[in-house]
Design a protein. Sequence first.
Length: 256
Amino acid sequence: MGRRVPAVSRALDILELFLEGDGTLSAPEITRRLQLPRTTVHELVTTLAARSYLVPVAEQPGRYRLGVRTYQLGSRYAEQLDLAAEGQQVARAVAETCGETVHVAVLEDADVIYIAKVDSTHAVRMVSAAGRRLPAHCTAVGKMLLASLPPEELDARLPDGELPAMTPNSLTSVAELRRVLAETRETGVATERQESNADVCCVAAPVRDRAGQVVAALSVSVPMIRWSEERRRELTELARQGAGQLSERLGHHPRE
C-alpha cells in the first residue's frame, strides 16, 4: 500500500465536515474543528471551490456548501450500485458472524422477493432460495417493508377480506396486521414467529437508500430449536447492523 498524501486527506476531511449540521461552514469553523493552520484551510478551501467541490453561500458571506462536483460523483456512484450484489456481500458478512441464514428482500405488490441469500452453517437450517416470492405479511422482511409504506400505498396493497395463510401462525386479519405494522414502525424491527415456515423464526431491519427511503429489508432466520428471547435480541442487533451497513453502501448517511 502506498503512502497517504496529507494534503489529500485534509481536503477530504474538510468535505466530510459538510455531511453534518446544516451543510454550511465557514473557514474559521473548519479551522477550529479540524485543528489545522488557518493558511492551510484557506488554501484547501480555495482549491476545492475552484474545482466546484465547494461553492460560496450567496446569502451568507464567508460560508460554503458542497458544490455540484460532489453531486456528480455521488450520482455516478449511485448509478453503479447493484442492490442484489451489495446485499449478497453484506448478507455474507452477517451470516459469518451469527452462523444463521440471512436474506435481503424487496417488496413487489403484496409479496416479497428475496434478492440475496446466504445459508446457515448449521446442519439444521432454513430451506429457501434467492428469487423466491412469499406473501409479505407472512415474513419479517415483508412486515418491515409494509410498515415503511405511506398509508395510502399500504391500503392499496391490502385485501378487503382475510389475508392468505402459510402456517397456522400466519396473520389472517388485516386489522391485526395493521397493529403489528404500527408496532414495527415504533421499534424499527420486524419479527416473524413460524408464520411462513412452521419451524422457523425471523427478525428483519430496514435498508434505506441515499434519500432515506426504505428500499429493502435484511433478515436473519433461525430454526425453532435455536430460537430464544436472548437469541432474538442478539439477532435483532445483527440485523440492524447489517441493514445499516447495506444502507451505507447505498449512500444513506443518517444524521445524529
